[in-house]
Design a protein. Structure first.
Ligand code: PXP
Length: 256
């Protein structure tokens, strides 16, 4: 099982201030040091988090491999073809969505035509290809017919399922889809909405070979890193020239 870490939301925090920190390029180095098997980034049309500079620097610096998520639209496929990441995952994209809401609608002739054209261009550039799809058998059949190397099963419905019965139903759907994808010769990946609490049953499915996880890991990083970050700032503030160091929790007496 390969674990790919999606670092989009490091860039989301940066964009909240339109500054230069936190830098997703540095985050990718740390994710790799932590054992990530690859780095996932989504260059959205509206550049709301990852931007062109990030993609170019990551293409130069990532040592494992980049899974480049992109819409099947010519300008962004041009960038993928030029940078030739290890893998490209075609995803549906809507400007108004907060995050990718579902898999590619491969039942649509127009969507299939756009995906096919993008797949051929990516293949010609030597990029391994993957399609982000809902865990439905028809979508898998279409993916195989289109000649993708892999599919990424959308785990959002599983992640959002409330109650044991619904979650078991969604897990069974993922299991059936991963078996079917494997039988069609597709590599099977999964991702979206996976967390420290819900990942294990998905990771236990035998034919899933790659997971893409972002939001939950970045969220946890904020919390597990906050204590140290505050301590470091406190050291700096307390070490300013002429400052008296007070013990932790010290409260100034009234009139101080
Ligand atoms: N896979 C795909 C195709 C995605 O679009 C995303 C979100 O950008 C992820 C995986 C990661 O999802 P999450 O951030 O919920 O872990």
């Amino acid at each position: 099982m390969r674990l790919y870490i999606n670092i989009d939301h490091v860039a989301t925090v940066r964009q909240a201030r339109r500054t230069d920190e936190p830098d997703p390029v540095r985050a990718a180095v740390l994710a790799e040091l932590g054992g990530a098997d690859g780095i996932t980034i989504h260059l959205r049309e509206d550049r709301r988090h990852i931007n062109d500079r990030d993609v170019r620097l990551l293409a130069e610096t990532v040592r494992t491999g980049i899974n480049f998520e992109l819409a099947a639209s010519a300008p962004v496929v041009d960038i993928a073809v030029e940078l030739a990441p290890m893998q490209a995952t075609l995803v549906p994209e809507k400007r108004e969505e907060v995050t990718t809401e579902g898999g590619l609608n491969l039942a649509s002739d127009a969507v299939r035509a756009g995906v096919a054209a993008s797949l051929r261009r990516l293949e010609a550039a030597g990029v391994r290809t993957s399609l982000f799809i809902d865990p439905d058998l028809d979508a898998l059949d279409h993916s195989a017919a289109l000649g993708a190397n892999a599919v990424e099963l959308h785990t959002g419905e599983y992640a959002n399922a409330r109650g044991d019965a619904d979650r078991a139903t969604e897990l069974a759907r993922l299991a059936r889809a991963s078996d079917h994808g494997h039988s069609l010769g597709l590599a099977v990946h999964a991702g979206h909405g996976l967390t420290y609490e819900n990942v294990v049953p998905v990771a236990a499915l035998p034919h899933i070979e790659e997971l893409n996880i972002g939001h939950s890991v970045v969220s946890r990083a904020v919390l597990v890193g906050l204590e140290r970050a505050v301590r470091e700032m406190k050291e700096i503030v307390g070490g300013a020239p002429g400052r008296v160091r007070h013990p932790a929790g010290w409260v100034p007496p009234i009139g101080f």
